[in-house]
Design a protein around this ligand. Sequence first.
Ligand code: SF4
Length: 234
Amino acid sequence: MTTNGSQLTKYASSMASAGLDRINISLDSLKIDRFRELTRNGDLNTVLAGIEAANKAGFKRIKLNAVIMKGRNEDEIIDLARFAINHDLDITYIEEMPLGQVSHARDESYCSSDEVLAELKTVFELQPSVTNTGGPSRYYQVAGTNSKIGFISPHSHNFCESCNRVRVTTEGRLLLCLGQEHSVDLRDIIRRYPEDSERLKQAIIDSMSIKPEGHDFNIESEAVIKRHMSVTGG
Ligand code: SF4
C-alpha cells in the first residue's frame, strides 16, 4: 500500500495485523514549511509520527518515496537518505511524473535519477542490488546498513516494457497504468454482484488485456493526464 502517512498513527497497527506486510510512505522533505508547501497542507510531524508507528507495527519492510525536484528539494537528497538509514528503512527517489496541472515548469524542476545517484555516491557506498519488488525500481544496497536505495526513472530509464503494476484507487477503480486512463470499475462490480467473487476475479483477469504498453509522458508539454499522483498513490 502507498500512503502519505497522515493516518498511520491511527491505522498502522491494525493494517499490519490484517496481513499487510509492506507499505510505501511519501516523504519529500524533512523541513516543516517546505513539506507543507510541497504537499499543499501536510503536517510533517504527523507523518514522522506515522512512520514511527509503522516501524513499531511490524511491517516486513517500509519504503519511503521521495520525488526530487530542482529548486524545491534537491538539497535534501542526502538528508532523506540519512533519515531512512537511521530508521532502518528503504528509500526510493522518483523522477517527477507529469500528472495533473501544476504551477511550476516541469522541464525546469526535472532532476534525473542519475543526478541523484551521483550525489548519493559522494557520501554513501552503494552496491548494486539484485532486489526486485516486482515494480520498476532499480536498487542499491547502502554498504554497512540494512537500507536499500531505489530509483524510479520514468523519463531517463523508461521501464514500461517490464511493468506488471496495476493500482486500486480509493474509489475502487482498478487503474492499469499511471500514465493512461485505462481502468475497470471494481466497486461497481462488487456493488452489483456482492456475493459473486468469481465475477470480480474474472473482471481483474480480463482487465489485463487492456493494460497499456506504456505512458506518453513528455515533461516539455502539458500534462496529458489530469489525475494527480495523490489520487492514485505511487
Ligand atoms: S507508466 Fe504505466 S506502463 Fe509505464 S511503468 Fe508506469 S504504470 Fe507501468
